[in-house]
Design a protein around this ligand. Structure first.
Ligand code: HEM
Length: 313
């Protein structure tokens, strides 16, 4: 469905069809019977013995067995290296890696280049998120995932893990892997200024290939971190509930209340609520946390594919 159609005024009540399995449930990979290496070896041996030509099946079985082991190694390493206290910074890192994508220039995006962009002004505080991801990546050595997972894969997986352990949807096993890493920084000045108006922000995201619905769902990531949208380490829909409540314009506020409200959110969060098209989605997610979780997962997966080249392509 074209982006404009998805973002139309009636969109919040008419959701686009989703795959039959809920995005908050475990992936196919998890539910499928896990084949051990021995299973795969037996099949391969039997086929070779019978001189039967079944190589695609064997390859598929091998792939599945490998993927299960790779996914388990990723999760185990993230469990060791990413504490709840680092989750906001880890999730923010995903946006900074993917957000450099330009649909028209066909460059930038989710390629691990954020490692080479730490000295940029918009990258303040990102090292805090990068360190646990790097440790988790290094922790793959000696496991089934060694050499099979790129740094950008690990950033994408770490962000999903951060969402999961702060109480958000569980979808780590649905994050695609196989991205090819960049070896240098992406072009500069691609990240949005926090002073952009709601309309300018929509246009900015559209240039990266992200429509309004995805943009609003992704901005809900600000529910974690220190910007005053509910609990710092709880991934819920408090971001939207706060935007709808509009604490910045309450009548008869005392000076103290007004100055406290000033500390909630970034200018861009406040401007987003003033944009009618964004507000449709903000209201929907404020009323329906499950809808937010579903849309966040879909938008997140799209975000982590922006500009990415996969090694199987
Ligand atoms: C809409 C445009 C966005 C702008 C202008 C923006 C800007 C910022 C800025 C300036 C901060 C630092 C706030 C501070 O510590 O004072 C921040 C924090 C954060 N951003 Fe965004 N962001 C945007 C969208 C996103 C998206 C799409 C994601 C992820 C999907 C994201 C994830 C986060 C997270 C998790 C934090 C908290 C980090 C922490 O507390 O360490 N942001 N954002």
């Amino acid at each position: 469905m074209p982006a404009t159609a998805r973002a139309s005024a009636s969109a919040p009540t008419s959701r686009s069809p989703r795959p039959s399995s809920s995005s908050t449930t475990r992936s196919k990979v998890d539910r499928a019977p896990v084949l051990t290496r021995r299973d795969v070896a037996s099949v391969a041996l039997a086929c070779a013995f019978a001189r039967t030509i079944v190589r695609p099946d064997v390859a598929l079985a091998l792939e599945r067995a490998d993927e299960g082991a790779i996914r388990r190694a990723i999760r185990a390493s993230l469990e060791r290296e990413v504490p709840t206290s680092k989750c906001p910074a880890v999730l923010r890192l995903v946006f900074h890696d993917a957000g450099t994508h330009s649909a028209s220039e066909k460059d930038g995006g989710m390629n691990g280049s954020v490692r080479y962009e730490l000295s940029r002004p918009e990258s303040f505080g990102l090292k805090r998120g990068l360190t646990p991801v790097k440790n988790a990546y290094d922790g793959l050595q000696g496991t089934a995932a060694e050499g099979k997972v790129s740094f950008s894969d690990m950033i994408a997986c770490a962000g999903a893990y951060a969402v999961e352990i702060t109480g958000g949807p569980s979808f780590l096993e649905r994050v695609p892997i196989g991205r090819v890493d960049a070896t240098s920084a992406d072009p500069e000045n691609r990240m949005p200024e926090q002073t952009l108006s709601g309309k300018d922000m929509r246009e900015h995201f559209a240039r990266s290939g992200i429509d309004t619905r995805d943009m609003v769902a992704l901005a809900g990531a600000h529910t974690i971190g220190g910007k005053g949208f509910g609990d710092m380490y709880t991934f819920d829909n408090a971001y939207y509930v706060t935007l709808v409540a509009d604490p910045w314009h309450k009548p008869n506020m005392t000076k103290d209340e007004a100055s406290m409200a000033e500390h909630i959110g970034l200018p861009s969060d406040k401007y987003m609520r003033e944009d009618a098209e964004s507000m449709l989605w903000i209201k929907k997610y404020a009323e329906d946390q499950e809808a937010f979780f579903e849309d966040f997962v879909d938008a997140y997966i799209r975000l982590t594919k922006l500009g990415a080249t996969f090694s199987t392509e």
